[in-house]
Design a protein around this ligand. Structure first.
Ligand SMILES: NC(=O)C1=CN([C@@H]2O[C@H](COP(=O)(O)OP(=O)(O)OC[C@H]3O[C@@H](n4cnc5c(N)ncnc54)[C@H](O)[C@@H]3O)[C@@H](O)[C@H]2O)C=CC1
Ligand SMILES: O=C(O)C(=O)Cc1ccc(O)cc1
Length: 370
């Protein structure tokens, strides 16, 4: 029997992780990657994430059994409208991973009208990191995978089952909702927080020119609130444009809330200020947000290392001896110019645990994780 062909368009963090999860449960498929950035394809081939790289989207789509769009939302919309004139297999399943669903479902209307099976989908896990080098097979484990099947699709139930079979390897929790409900909820819980994080960081740009020390002191609450401001700007531009109406309302509400706070400050209204924080605490404490967050984190280990040139190869050498793979390595600002902090990122908790004991066994460096 001929091997099934899976075509993934946009081979970054999400496309790469989807490819790994599909391969886990469907080892016999051929996975073809398509990306504007040839470097991403090269890395994906080298890591064995895809079997083939291609630049011929139409040809690959016409031979595909499963097509996954994991590029920015606007590019997905363009492809979905172009595909109406392509000769796709009548049995193909088309899906996407975009962070918004209303405009995607609108763009898929032509395909659906032709009887092509399409399911809008959004894995609710990810990171501020981008690129296929950050992809991991368990990125979506235990996270919600939101799906918005079209209501006018005949055999809608069977299409959903087909989708679940393909994406079983993600080990995520599938949840069906309408595109409008999806965009309202993610607007509030994901898109608005990204806007606020970016605006907070932007506010510090001029500020840290005047107060250069501020950059070095940015820790704690600022760090917790602004990690996501390092996300990819193209991806977020598309998300804002495609959830435009919902976000106009949410940003307006946010502005009103800030105007009220400003009044409380101007009038030194201690009771109202207390109530502002008390209400937030009560709501936050009651939220089912687990310690590690609703979105799985990458697993970081921090090591206080002396400031000498060979220290990185010394530490990574210990890990290499025990075949522990590091997915990212960063030197953080030095602390009082004496120690450097080496940040090593691992794929999972097990690797992090092994790395920590390996470094403790081989050196006297202090290492810690959150
Ligand atoms: N980053 C995250 O945490 C999450 C992202 N998403 C959604 O998944 C999609 C992908 O996001 P990431 O993987 O994080 O982004 P990424 O930036 O890591 O990867 C996107 C890839 O798409 C490629 N691309 C851009 N335009 C293209 C085009 N016209 N044709 C072919 N390839 C193109 C880029 O070169 C890049 O390699 C986005 O739609 C995003 O909204 C969904 C859940 C989580
Ligand atoms: O890194 C984080 O905390 C994120 O918020 C990642 C993320 C980005 C976009 C999505 O549509 C879903 C998840």
């Amino acid at each position: 029997m001929e091997k099934k062909r899976v075509v993934i368009i946009g081979l970054g963090l999400i496309g790469g992780s989807i490819a790994l999860a599909i391969r886990k449960k469907h080892p016999a498929v051929t996975i073809i990657g398509i990306d504007l950035d040839q470097k991403q394809l090269k890395i994906a081939c080298a890591l064995g994430i895809i079997d083939e790289a291609s630049n011929e989207i139409k040809k690959e789509a016409e031979n595909a059994d499963l097509i996954v769009f994991s590029c920015p939302v606007k590019a997905t919309e363009t492809f979905l409208t172009q595909m109406v004139s392509w000769s796709l297999k009548p049995t193909v399943l088309v899906t996407d991973t975009g962070s918004t669903k209303g405009s995607i479902m609108d763009a898929a209307a032509g395909l659906l009208a032709k009887g092509i099976h399409f399911i809008g989908a959004h894995p609710m896990a990810g990171s501020h990191k981008s690129g296929v080098q950050a992809a991991k097979v368990d990125l979506f484990e235990n996270a919600y995978y939101l799906i918005t099947p079209a209501d006018n699709q005949p055999d809608s139930q069977a299409v959903v089952e087909e989708f679940k079979q393909w994406f079983d390897g993600t080990a995520s929790k599938f949840l069906i909702l309408s595109p409008a409900e999806h965009d309202q909820i993610t607007g509030m819980l994901s898109h608005l927080p990204h806007i606020i994080a970016a605006s907070l960081v932007n506010q510090t740009t001029d500020f840290s020119v005047k107060y250069p020390l501020a950059k070095r002191l940015a820790a704690g609450g600022f760090r917790d609130m602004t990690r996501i401001a390092s996300s990819d700007p193209t991806m977020w531009t598309d998300i804002l444009l495609s959830n435009n109406q919902v976000l106009i309302q949410l940003v307006t509400n946010w502005r009103d809330e800030m105007s009220q706070l400003l009044e409380m400050l101007e009038s030194n209204d201690s009771k109202a200020i207390y109530h502002f924080f008390d209400q937030a605490k009560e709501t936050r404490d009651a939220m089912p947000i687990h310690k590690e967050g609703a979105l799985p984190a990458f697993f970081d280990l921090f090591i206080d290392v002396p400031d000498y040139p060979g220290v990185i190869s010394e530490v990574t050498g210990y890990l290499a001896q025990e075949k522990i793979s590091v997915i990212n390595l960063k030197i953080l600002e030095t602390r009082e110019e004496i120690n450097g902090i080496l940040q090593l990122t691992f794929q999972n908790q097990e690797d992090l645990k092994q790395a920590k004991s390996c470094i403790q066994k081989n050196s006297s460096y202090h290492c810690y994780n959150k």
